[in-house]
Design a binder for this molecule. Sequence first.
Ligand code: AP5
Length: 215
Amino acid sequence: MKLIFLGPPGAGKGTHAVKVSKSLGIPHISTGDILREALAKETPVGLKAKAYMEKGELVPDSIIIQIVLDRIKQNDCKAGYLLDGFPRTIAQAEGLDKKLTKLNGIDSVIYFSVDEEVLINRITGRRLCSNCGANYHIRNLKPVKAGICDKCKSALYQRTDDNEETIRKRFSVFKEQSLPLVEYYKKKNLLKEIEASYKSIDEVNKKVLELLAYS
Ligand code: AP5
C-alpha cells in the first residue's frame, strides 16, 4: 500500500505514521526526519536545508523531490510505503505522480485537519528521544520519567524549530503552499479527512485504521 499523510505541523502525521507503518509492514518515510539527519551529519543537502528549516520555510522542491524519488526506488519500498510530510506543494505532488504509473499510484491520502491554537500547544509540548526518535508530549503523552525516553532511557530534547514564532510561520506556509493539495487529491478521489483537533491519539489512530480498511 502506498500512503500519504498530509496535515499542518503538529497534526500528528509522525505519531500515526509510526503506528500505521508498523502495522502494515511498510517503511515510514518522513522528509523532515531525512532532512534533520542530513543536517546532523552536515551533508551538502543538510547544509542547504538548514536555513529554510530554521525559518519554518519549505526546502526547495527540486531537492526534496529528488530525495523522495531516490528513497522510494529502494528495495524495501517494493510492497509500498508511507510518505509523511511529502508532498507539500503541487509541484512535489506532480513530481511524484510523474514517477508513479496509474496502476502503481498512491492508494490513499489521509489529511489530518487541526486548529492552529491546538497545534501550537502540541508542538511546544513535543519532546523527542535523542537516540531512538520516539515522540512524547509533556502533557498528552508523558514519559514515565520526565525528560527520559521510556524505550531506550536516553535524554529527550526539543526540536529547534518547535518554538511559537517558527510554528506560526510553518502554519502559514502550510495554508499557502500545502493546503491546495487537499483539492488536488480530492479530485483524484484519494483524499480521506480526519478532524483531529479534539480527539485523543488513540481515537485518531482508530479512525485512521478504519479509513484505511476501506482503501
Ligand atoms: P517536518 O519534520 O515534516 O515537520 P512538520 O510537517 O512541521 O510536522 P511535525 O513533525 O512538526 O508534526 P507532525 O504532524 O508529525 O506531528 P507529531 O506527530 O509529531 O518538517 C520540518 C521542516 O522540514 C519543514 O518546516 C521544512 O522546512 C522541511 N521539510 C520537510 N518536508 C518537506 C517537504 N516535503 N518540502 C519542503 N520542505 C520540507 O505530533 C506533534 C505532538 O503532538 C507530539 O508531541 C504528539 O505526541 C502530540 N499529539 C499528536 N497527536 C495528538 C492528539 N491527537 N492529541 C494530543 N496530542 C497529540
